[in-house]
Design a binder for this molecule. Sequence first.
Ligand code: DAH
Length: 337
Amino acid sequence: MNLEELSSLTQHALSDLSAADSVDRLEEVRISYLGRNGKLPEIMAGLKHVSPEDRPAFGKAANEFKLQVTQALKDRKDHLLSSAIPADALDVTLPGNTGFRGGNHPIRQIMLRVIDVFDRIGFTVATGPDVETVFNNFDALNTPADHPSRDEQDTFYLSDGTLLRTQTSPIQIRYMLENPPPVRIIAPGRAYRRDTPDATHSANFHQVEGLYVAHKVSMADLKGDLTHFAREILGKKTKIRFRPHFFPFTEPSVEVDFTCHVCKGKGCRVCKNSGWIEIAGAGMVDPKVYEAVGYDPDSTTGYAFGMGLERIAMILLEIDDIRRLYENDARFLRQFA
Ligand code: DAH
């Protein structure tokens, strides 16, 4: 080996070192140059074949080779170690391990959405107890003594003559007994009926009641406010329609349909090809109700409506069986949390 070859070997060593991309690879390079069977011993062994006048220069170059390679090796190792991420390092870019936080039940979510829509147009929340008087649940709501809904077959009566309210409508009565007009309330709560549970029936369920009583409230107000509600809940293009119906506490009474949010009214499986889904019962408050709460039936006008929250939850969240809402299977509920 001559001086020129030694110098090119040095360049090779330095470029091999800077190309080493791991500590293991670096060790291989180190062994190949500085190891017992590597290049350095070879150079040293070759020293004796160099002519005596060239020997000092060659010896100096050999020493230089060793120093340079050793230094470059150390620098490269420091670099690799400082930039390497150890296997147990904390990767701050990974999503955190937050666990399951819980959330509102689907019924509660829908309830809050309904309340929110009416809250923003001036309604306040009213509530009442689940155990009600016959007066608040039936009599004051102009429901005759022989009305089928009063039957033991349909209503849970308690031994002291009270009952589990069959609707949220008695909250209207409570509120009007305590407050003079004008009244603008939204009243969510549980209701109970002696229904045999199936995919669409449950013996306890939830309703939201609305009541707006003032002077000169008309059917147009009812339609306008429910249209606003429909658009907030099911989308801007939603239309509503009134179908004549009967409720003891309203006259006239209607059932309220919204255009199907899935097919936008064209007809599909969800709306059973009608294009419409039934959402609420409503009407103009019957003067008999005003009499029962001590309002002047001649000068008072108002509308009322009531709707089932399970039904809206099932439509919006595409739930096929009402019973799923009460089984409290965390795997089911988590989908909506
Ligand atoms: N209470 C009725 C029911 O449970 C729903 C209802 C209909 C409420 C018309 C109202 C109304 O306030 O005006 O079927």
